[in-house]
Design a protein. Structure first.
Length: 129
């Protein structure tokens, strides 16, 4: 999964499945830009045991995104903010920032995430949904 993301996939995930003849397998889904589909098919053929790839186009709708930084007692955390028509509809602390801070300070990850969220809501209550 890390390699797919490093190569430019928008997202990637695997789900365990029962294949024909009751063999265990996995369905690997890679979300990418249409222009990158051939590159990812090539990667799957060279890096996995698959003999075939199914491909389809999906429509994707996203919120406008921006970042703000908030200060927690353990350090700075980026908050990803999603907006629609200029109104904040979603916000979340950046997982990797929180994971790093939690490990460095030996505190639970959820505690760092909760404090970062609280810091954002206290600093920016007028912008919240």
């Amino acid at each position: 999964m890390d390699r797919l993301l490093e190569e430019g996939a928008l997202d990637a995930f695997a789900m365990p499945v029962q294949m024909k003849k009751n063999r265990p397998g996995a369905v690997l889904t890679i979300l990418c830009k249409p222009k990158d589909a051939g590159k990812f098919a090539q990667l799957l053929f060279t890096e996995t045991t698959t003999l075939g790839v199914r491909r389809r186009e999906e429509m994707r709708q996203t919120l406008s995104r921006r970042w703000e930084n908030v200060e927690t007692r353990w350090g700075e955390v980026r908050i990803k903010i999603g907006s629609m028509n200029g109104t904040v509809t979603n916000y979340a602390p950046e997982y990797e920032d929180c994971r790093r801070i939690a490990a460095e300070n030996h505190v639970p990850l959820k505690q760092v995430m909760q404090e970062a969220t609280r810091a954002y809501t206290v600093l920016s209550p007028a912008r919240l949904p």
